[in-house]
Design a protein around this ligand. Structure first.
Ligand code: GLU
Ligand code: ZN
Length: 516
């Protein structure tokens, strides 16, 4: 039975790397009929913040990734929050002491600092703990503890000596097989020298809590970021010291920026919150992140969460690092925007529209749309769907739908190689076309515009350009015919008339200037 987990430390916002780990664990469980667990590794109380826990829940709810067991859902191995399990870690640390796999260290912080400073002065290559307390006898150690001396509990990395009478002499290398990277061998002398498992305040370190929990929670597979690979030999030693079988480890390929360095804020947004605020869709992020280090079918790009739940397999993982390509993510977002119908797209874009004040302002801030505005907004989705990359850019493209655009300067109405006179003539011709263009379909509008352009012996682009500027207030806008239909002939004619008036005035002014 496959059981895997996402075990974040709530010391920051959920970011691309963490989501990739969570998603792969989720997909692995789903694709194998296994169980996906959320465990909060919140033993780093200094960096812990409740807001990060809230961000975690919000993010996963938004992404539609749900765990089968976790702090909020509960489950048979509860609690799923490490700070609520500290008694357990203490108990297991004690057990390890008894088994001889760990020992008490009575060194003060000052002594440890002195060792560090001396080594630095000697330019010694040695780092970490000097194993000062490793050989204190069990009796002396127990006595000093009973006398109230402060201590930490450290893991005894096997260095060739027997752990105790019943376990054979350990070999000074640690081996394990990573599901993706294959056989890995680590010299024990290269492993962090006897790291602390239990701190003097009785709190566990990451290593102890992580291993105890993975064991007690029946975790069969650990899929995690490659930065944890160097901790794995230590974890293997811990499992052995407890006499427990380790889970299968699979370290996921790194996620890099395009410069080949580990993805970070320098490259752009990394927190899911930030992508969400910019107007990325959950589906696009899921789809793109699912492909970071995993290859599915050749030539197929679009995968829904449901597809991935069926198709994910550890065999599809790549060894090579994944490169996070912001452009590709944008492409995905555009694709998913195109798949939305008007109602759904409007619902997704609505918060951005309100935030940007598309529906006007009240005394207290940006206003929500009334029923009529909401219907108009929904109907307008057809105008922006094909080109939009981010939800956040949709409202600004639709300003002219919700409020009268100002009349642009006369030059804006003048097609290339033409003059003001021509622009006025074109706009008047365009005005006559409005009833035909604002009824019917794109095809009938196109035909009507073509016929008119033929009659007047002008280019169709030149005919429509001043019309577009008058109706939308800009040379570049969402599709003109659709805009005319959405606004209706009446509104469009009024805008054209205002524009014509302005152009007439400019012409008069021009004539007056010539006479001077
Ligand atoms: N708490 C660790 C983290 O923040 C868990 C690492 C692991 O999966 O073992 O990523
Ligand atoms: Zn010590």
């Amino acid at each position: 039975m496959i059981r895997d987990r996402y075990a974040p430390s709530p010391t920051g916002l959920q970011h691309v790397g963490g989501i990739r780990t969570a998603l792969f664990n989720y997909l692995f469980a789903r694709s194998t009929g296994g169980t996906f667990i959320l465990r909060l590794e919140d033993t780093d109380r200094a960096r812990f913040d409740e807001s990060f826990v809230k961000n975690l829940y919000d993010t996963f709810c938004w992404l539609r990734i749900h765990w089968d067991e976790g702090p909020d859902t509960g489950g048979p191995r509860a609690p799923y929050i490490q700070s609520q399990r500290t008694d357990l870690y203490r108990k297991y640390a004690e057990e390890l002491l008894e088994k001889g796999g760990a020992y008490r260290c009575f060194c003060s912080a000052e002594r440890l600092e002195r060792v560090r400073a001396d080594r630095e002065a000697e330019k010694s290559s040695q780092t970490g703990y000097d194993r000062h307390c490793r050989n204190i006898s069990a009796e002396e150690s127990a006595k000093r503890a009973a006398d109230g001396e402060v201590f930490t509990i450290r893991l005894k990395i096997p260095l060739g000596e027997a752990i105790n009478a019943s376990s054979p002499a350990a070999v000074p290398v640690t081996r394990f097989t990573d599901r993706l990277l294959g056989d890995i061998e680590w010299k024990n002398s290269d492993i962090s020298p006897d790291p602390v498992l239990l701190k003097s305040d009785g709190f566990p370190t990451y290593h102890l809590a992580n291993i105890v929990d993975d064991h007690l929670m029946g975790i069969s597979h650990v899929l995690r970021a490659q930065e944890w690979l160097s901790s794995t030999p230590l974890h293997i030693i811990l499992y052995a010291a407890f006499g427990w079988g380790p889970p299968e480890f699979c370290h996921l390929p790194m996620v890099m920026g395009q410069d080949g360095k580990k993805l970070s804020k320098r490259h752009g947004a990394t927190s899911i919150d930030e992508f969400r605020r910019q107007g990325y869709l959950a589906e696009a992020l899921i789809n793109y992140i699912a492909l970071l280090g995993c290859s599915y079918e050749e030539g197929k790009d679009i995968y829904t969460l449901e597809d991935l739940e069926k198709q994910f397999s550890l065999d599809k993982l790549n060894k090579a690092p994944a490169v996070f390509d912001y452009k590709k993510l944008e492409w995905y977002n555009g694709q998913y925007i195109r798949m939305k119908d008007d109602g759904e797209l409007a619902r997704l874009a609505l918060p951005f529209a309100v935030e940007q004040g598309l529906f006007g302002k009240t005394g207290t801030g940006n206003s929500e749309p009334n029923a009529e505005q909401l219907a108009l907004f929904t109907a307008a989705m057809g105008l922006v769907r094909e080109r939009a990359v981010l939800l956040g850019e949709i409202p600004s493209k639709l300003g002219y739908v919700f409020s009268e655009p100002g009349v642009p300067a006369p030059e804006e109405f003048i097609p290339k190689k033409a003059d003001l006179e021509a622009a006025r003539r074109l706009l008047r011709a365009g005005r006559e076309l409005v009833p035909a263009l604002s009824a019917g379909s794109d095809e009938t509008a196109e035909a009507a515009a073509k016929a008119k352009a033929g009659q007047e012996e002008i280019k169709i682009g030149d005919l429509l350009m001043p019309l577009r500027v008058a109706v939308t207030g800009a040379r570049v806008s969402p599709p003109l015919f659709g805009s005319l239909r959405l606004l209706g002939a009446q509104k469009c004619l009024a805008r054209i008339d205002r524009a014509l008036e302005a152009l007439d005035k400019a012409a008069e002014q021009g004539n007056a200037d010539l006479c001077e």
